[in-house]
Design a protein around this ligand. Structure first.
Ligand code: 4AD
Ligand code: MG
Length: 463
């Protein structure tokens, strides 16, 4: 089938007239007397191409005129200017081959289906307009992210997926074990003896590649990771998945402001990228998912992001004329409703909130001189809330050790992390961008389940 040309490429052909072969899946069929129109989509673009079959040209015309939605076909024909509105070309079919039959039971008939329903047929939803656009966007964005870091001379490091350390310290690790569930070896006290497990210790799926990323930053300067992360947090929200992808840059010889500068440049780069390189799919999202999306992204692509201290954010929230569901008080973490108020009502665009109370943040963050805050930053954006969490790291061994002690974190498993502060320690900083969160932000899609091919959320691991 190597003679097939991708539809997106065919539609960009400078002139009509040539003979081409395309292959894909039937989206719709319409018969009109001795002519049949078939919209064929091969995933390479949103519109697909219209095939025109004429009774006189096609042997077996009767059979093809009843072709079912979802059928896989290969069609050969002449590229001709299309008289129909909204399309430059169509294919006047000479030869048509049914590759894989479909039938009227095919669940994706030509009508609008709810996102809830489409989640229940996640094996088929990539063949819809919305999810075609979504997963093209996701694929291109992933490549743009690598390009951004390559252009900025960051080293790409693959951090481990199985790990013995809980970076965020939130106890959300999925266990990895080969011990038999019903007859696991026990210690004298009755607890499970992980010493006899595959790795001879308790292990889990990583919640973040940061700790290992920091080690590489202490050798290569600027590095990034881009991989799957896992969190067994039982929050059934539209923004949390148990398995999601995270981009984590880490920079040696850098502080919190360098970190925010990088985050800002990075997010703006991705905004420009989708506007320029995903125009057809973005126009679709603008029309069907969020009106005004393109204008919003264009504004962000050129905006300076606001930067505000956590303390000031709390003051804004306390002055707000809004009844929040969660309390607002210095020392408490910001909830999504607070984050959205700051970015949507106070700032009206992306905003960094910086210098959070140390007691609500992870052990590795650099302690500020006021002894009660750490050099943390979250980037908040309208509609989604937090899309980036980052910080300057505590590079001073003594303070790091004390913090680990104060927080009752076992020191021994982190011996190598502490070592990185022993020899040639540098001020360094980094952040994590949730890949799904930025896709939601750039597409206007409101549920994280609709921006990842096969979502993993509490009680859902099908497909
Ligand atoms: O704020 P988080 O927990 O930060 C870290 O993991 C740091 N180690 C990152 C670093 O400094 N290198 O997570 C970072 C981002 C969040 O801002 C959010 O976008 C995303 O990861 N995220 C999730 N996305 C989807 N589902 C979840 N359950 C997520 N948890 C975090
Ligand atoms: Mg966070």
């Amino acid at each position: 089938m190597s003679e097939n040309i991708r539809i997106v490429k065919l539609l960009n052909t400078p002139e009509a007239g040539g003979e081409y072969t395309v292959a894909g899946w039937v989206r719709s069929t319409r018969a009109s007397g001795d002519i049949v129109f078939i919209v064929l989509n091969d995933g390479s673009n949103l519109s697909g191409i219209q095939l025109v079959l004429e009774r006189n040209d096609i042997p077996d015309f009767e059979r093809f005129s009843k072709i079912a939605t979802g059928t896989a076909i290969q069609a050969n024909g002449r590229l001709v200017p299309s008289p129909a509105a909204g399309q430059q070309y169509e294919l006047a079919v000479i030869k048509l081959k049914i590759v894989g039959e479909s039938n009227p039971d095919y669940p994706l008939q030509k009508k609008r289906h709810s996102f809830e329903y489409l989640r229940s047929i996640a094996h088929l939803r990539p063949r819809t307009n919305t999810f075609g656009a979504m997963f093209r966007l996701r694929s291109k964005l992933a490549q743009a992210i690598h390009r951004f870091f390559a252009e900025h001379d960051f080293l790409y490091v693959h951090t481990p997926i199985i790990t013995a350390s809980d970076c965020e310290g939130a106890g959300e690790l999925f266990r990895v074990t080969t011990l038999p569930p019903n007859s696991a070896p026990r210690n004298e006290g009755g607890s499970i003896d992980f010493g006899q497990d595959f790795f001879a210790q308790k292990t889990g799926l990583t919640v973040s590649g940061q700790l290992e990323g920091e080690l590489f930053a202490q050798a290569f300067g600027n590095i990034y990771t881009f991989g799957p992360t896992f969190r067994a947090e039982n929050s059934n929200t539209a923004r949390h998945a148990a398995e999601f992808w995270m981009i984590e840059p880490e920079m040696a010889f850098s502080d919190l402001h360098d970190d925010a500068d990088l985050a800002e440049e990075f997010v703006r780069y991705l905004c420009r990228f989708v506007l320029n390189d995903c125009a057809e799919d973005m126009a679709f999202f603008d029309q069907y998912i969020e009106k005004g999306l393109i204008e919003r992204i264009r504004t962000v692509a050129e905006a300076d992001f606001a930067r505000m201290d956590y303390g000031d954010a709390i003051k804004y929230l306390q002055k707000a004329n809004t009844n929040f569901n969660f309390p607002v008080e210095w020392g408490l973490d910001l909830q999504t409703e607070h984050e959205r108020y700051i970015t949507e009502q106070v700032v009206g665009g992306p905003a960094f909130v910086m210098n959070y109370p140390k007691d609500i943040k992870a052990f590795y963050m650099r302690q500020n001189d006021d002894a009660r805050t750490v050099a943390a930053m979250d980037l908040l954006v309208p509609k989604v809330g937090e899309i980036i969490g980052g910080s300057q790291r505590e590079e001073r061994l003594e303070l790091l050790e004390r913090r680990i002690g104060d927080m009752d974190i076992p020191r021994e498993p982190l011996w190598w992390y502490l070592d990185s502060r022993r020899w040639g320690s540098t001020p360094h900083a980094g952040f994590g961008l949730g890949f799904e969160r930025i896709i939601m932000y750039l597409s206007g899609m409101e549920n994280i389940r609709d921006v990842i091919p096969f979502p993993r959320t509490p009680r859902h691991a099908e497909f």
